[in-house]
Design a protein around this ligand. Structure first.
Ligand code: APR
Length: 250
């Protein structure tokens, strides 16, 4: 299947990737819905919904502080670097990520659409003030806005909030133009992100899923499924692409 995907990548006119939390697990950031994932310890209806943040921001910061510390300690894994290499080879036009950890950009990917925002900034829900997260001292209880004293939140999309309009427009424009979509490390249960591969498929794109286990997407949207860990599988795919381009793969 690795060789099959390498051939599809080489033959594609416009390949894009949609990634989820699974691509950062090998960087030390737990995903949400696998066993032991974040939602097995924090109820997302309480901790990841904007109404919960508005009701009790100090409680939500108990979880946010943990996430900021884990993301701060994480570095890109070989899978992130393989996607960046594919882009540098002109074989991947864009990464649309649901992740807020910035690891794709840190690995060298240039065209990254952060569909659920970014943990790199804190924003004030009241007055719009923004500051870089790394200015925040994680030991402080909660960061407050220096302008209006409201509790700041990470610039990420909570349930009940809209996807940033620019990210939404760019992502579905990429989906409309893609003829190959790699869907990697996502359980594909959160809308509208999971609609991106289906939108591309409606325009005739081939959808290939790479995951440790099958998902809803496998059955209804993916043309084929490659079972494997991101950090180990993507480098193998890039090696196979390089061999094909060098004319060596028999
Ligand atoms: N390699 C490949 N896939 C992996 C790996 C790995 N090393 N580790 C885990 N996975 C897969 C899991 O099998 C699962 O299908 O990654 C997927 C992670 O799914 P989720 O934890 O649901 O994460 P994600 O799909 O990104 O969640 C989407 O939900 O809670 C919201 O906003 C949050 O962006 C997030 C969204």
């Amino acid at each position: 299947m690795i060789e099959r995907l390498a051939r599809d990548i080489v033959a594609s006119r416009q390949a894009i990737a949609l990634t989820g939390a699974g691509v950062s697990v090998e960087s030390g950031i737990p995903d949400f819905r696998s066993a032991g994932g974040l939602w097995s310890r924090y109820d997302p209806t309480e901790y990841a919904h904007i109404d919960g943040f508005r009701r009790d921001p100090i409680k939500i910061w108990d979880m946010l502080r943990e996430i900021i510390a884990v993301i701060g300690a994480a570095t890109p894994n070989p899978g992130h670097r393989a996607l960046a290499e594919l882009e540098a080879m002109g074989r991947l036009s864009c990464v649309i990520t649901q992740n807020v950890d910035g690891l794709h950009q840190e690995a060298g990917s240039k065209n990254v659409i952060e569909f659920h925002g970014s943990n790199r900034f804190l924003v004030c829900p009241q007055c719009g003030f923004r500051e870089k997260t790394d200015h925040f001292d994680a030991s402080r209880l909660v960061p407050r806005c220096p302008v209006c004293d409201a509790v700041l939140k990470p610039d990420v999309v909570f349930f009940g909030e809209a996807i940033p309009a620019d990210a939404m427009a760019r992502a579905f424009d990429e989906a409309d133009r893609a003829d190959l979509v790699l869907v990697i490390g996502t359980s594909a249960v959160v809308y509208p992100a999971y609609g991106i591969p289906a939108a591309a498929r409606r325009h005739g794109a081939r959808v290939v899923e790479i995951n440790l286990e099958e998902t809803e997407l496998t059955r209804y949207t993916a043309d084929y499924f490659i079972k494997g860990a991101f950090g180990e599988t993507l480098p193998r795919i890039v090696t196979a692409v390089r061999q094909l381009l060098g004319g060596k793969l028999e």
